[in-house]
Each structure stands twice: as structure tokens, then as C-alpha cells.
Design a protein around this ligand. Structure first.
Ligand code: ADP
Length: 263
């Protein structure tokens, strides 16, 4: 286990999680047996071949879908609906932002039901927008912003909510390479500044190695955890130096090999 997180409490735990979808000829198992944990302030990436069940797993973890058997727990409590402690960021930012609301009002939206004092709520919004580099864009509408900036709004909205766990499904898949690097570094900063636990589904192996303290590799059909790999580069990460480390190349090759074998 990564030494930095060895003593941190477990935020998210799945034990023998299984999921079947109902089909005409009976239940079709998609996930057979997933057991893994994510500790406080860890970044965990879920990787695996296309169609293996990554999105299905996220839907189970976020309570959008029921599990068929096994357990999914947040802070030791069963997840049986969308947990208040969680926020979700999707790949499709165009569908997650309200085009008729300004940036500030999009970020404010999920805060309404927290019933915060107005000053606290507005402070959260402005510090979240500052954290994602959107100061000055408060009164713009989503359609006036680039794709990368729209995804920053979605991330700011999640940060302002201050979830314990931030779950992201292919969050940077629809932006250009440079923006992708910036958003990955933003993710590392959010974890550091807010102590958030972050779970990311990605099909980009390099992204998984760069971001993760823990990579959960899914394989076989129905899905199981093929391997959980702890990653510790021994210091802060940087897009150029970290990606040039021999350990980075070794980890990438190991994960790629596992996914190829599973595909
Ligand atoms: P991934 O995200 O790894 O690409 P998914 O979780 O999207 O995989 O899908 C895993 C499998 O489950 C696929 O075979 C897919 O067709 C099936 N599947 C996904 N959603 C449903 C659903 N709502 N009903 C039935 N089958 C589904």
C-alpha cells in the first residue's frame, strides 16, 4: 500500500460487488466480483477494456443503480441511493451544464439544497471558481466558453459542493491534449487543497498512472478486479518529469499488458 495513505480512513469500499442487468432471457451478469477500497484523499483510477463494466461500476458507486449482490459502502454506510457526500462529473459537460444559466448560477445550483448561509455559499462559489481558474468568467454562459472551460465549470460546481468523494466518468476525454493536462493537474490540486477522495474512470492508461495513488484494473467478463496497483512516485507530480520517469513507463506497460490480456 502507498505509505502516504496507509493510515487514512477508508472512504469507499466494495466487497464482492456483483451486478447483473435484466435481459429477455434472464439476468445477464456484467460485474462478477469487485473488491477494492479507496482511502481518504486518495485518487483511484478504474481502468479496463471497453465494455467491461466501468460505467456500470460508477453507477453502482454513485447509487444511480442498485447492486445485485455484495456491498458498496461509503464511510461504512451502504450506498442505496445517491450519497450526499458524493459529487459526480461526467464526460459530457455540454449535457451537465444548464445553457440558460451563467457560470455562477450553474455552480450555485446544487448548493441550494444544502441551505448554507448566503455568505458561506457565495464564498464557496467564488473560491471554487478561483481554484479552477475561472475568475472573471462568472457572468458568462456555458455556450460562450471553450470545452475545457465548460468542464472546469462542472468541476467547480463539484468542488463548491465540497463532497467527500468526487467521482468522474471519463472527465477529460472530450478536451484537447493541453487542456487535458491542465485538468489532470487541477485534479491533483483539488485533492491537495480540499483533501477530497477522487475516483476516476478513464481509458487513458497514461492518465491513470499520472493521477493515481491506486489503479484498479478490471478484467474478465463478467468483470473482476484483475489487479490493484499502488503508485507512489515519491514526491509531487509534474507532467513532464513524472511522465519521463522509468517507473512511469514500467507501470504503463504493466497496466497495458493487463488490459490487453483482459480485452
Ligand atoms: P464500460 O464503461 O467499461 O465501457 P459499461 O459499464 O458501459 O462498460 O457496459 C458494460 C456492459 O453492460 C456492456 O456489455 C453493456 O452493453 C452492458 N450494459 C450497460 N448498461 C446496460 C443497461 N442499462 N442494460 C443492459 N445492459 C447494459
Amino acid at each position: 500500500m502507498n505509505a502516504t495513505f496507509a493510515d487514512a480512513p477508508v472512504r469507499l469500499r466494495t466487497t464482492a460487488l456483483a451486478k447483473s442487468y435484466e435481459a429477455k432471457n434472464g439476468p445477464t451478469p456484467v460485474i462478477a466480483d469487485l473488491t477494492f477500497e479507496v482511502r481518504e484523499a486518495e485518487i483511484a483510477c478504474i481502468v479496463g477494456p471497453s465494455g467491461i463494466g466501468k460505467t456500470t461500476l460508477l453507477k453502482c458507486l454513485t447509487g444511480l443503480q442498485s447492486i445485485t449482490s455484495g456491498d458498496a459502502l461509503i464511510d461504512g454506510k451502504p450506498i442505496d441511493g445517491p450519497p450526499e457526500e458524493m459529487a459526480l462529473v461526467f464526460q459530457e459537460y455540454t449535457r451537465s451544464l444548464m445553457p440558460w444559466l451563467t457560470v455562477t448560477r450553474n455552480v450555485r445550483l446544487p448548493l441550494k439544497h444544502l441551505r448554507l448561509p448566503t455568505a458561506e455559499r457565495e464564498m464557496r462559489i467564488s473560491s471554487a471558481l478561483e481554484a479552477v481558474g475561472l475568475k472573471g468568467a462568472e457572468s458568462k454562459y456555458p455556450w460562450q466558453l471553450s470545452g475545457g472551460m465548460q468542464q472546469r465549470v462542472a468541476i467547480a460546481r463539484a468542488i463548491a459542493y465540497r463532497p467527500e468523494v468526487l467521482v468522474m466518468d471519463e472527465p477529460f476525454a472530450s478536451v484537447d491534449a493541453q487542456t487535458r493536462f491542465e485538468l489532470e493537474d487541477l485534479c491533483l490540486r483539488i485533492r491537495k487543497d480540499f483533501g477530497m477522495t477522487i475516483v476516476v474512470v478513464t481509458h487513458d492508461i497514461d492518465e491513470a498512472v499520472y493521477l493515481s495513488d491506486r489503479v484498479v484494473v478490471l478484467g474478465e467478463r463478467p468483470a473482476r478486479v484483475t489487479k490493484t496497483i499502488d503508485i507512489d512516485f515519491g514526491g509531487p507530480r509534474d507532467q513532464i518529469t513524472t511522465r519521463s520517469l522509468p517507473a512511469f513507463a514500467e507501470l504503463r506497460a504493466e497496466i497495458l499488458e493487463l488490459i490487453r490480456a483482459a480485452g
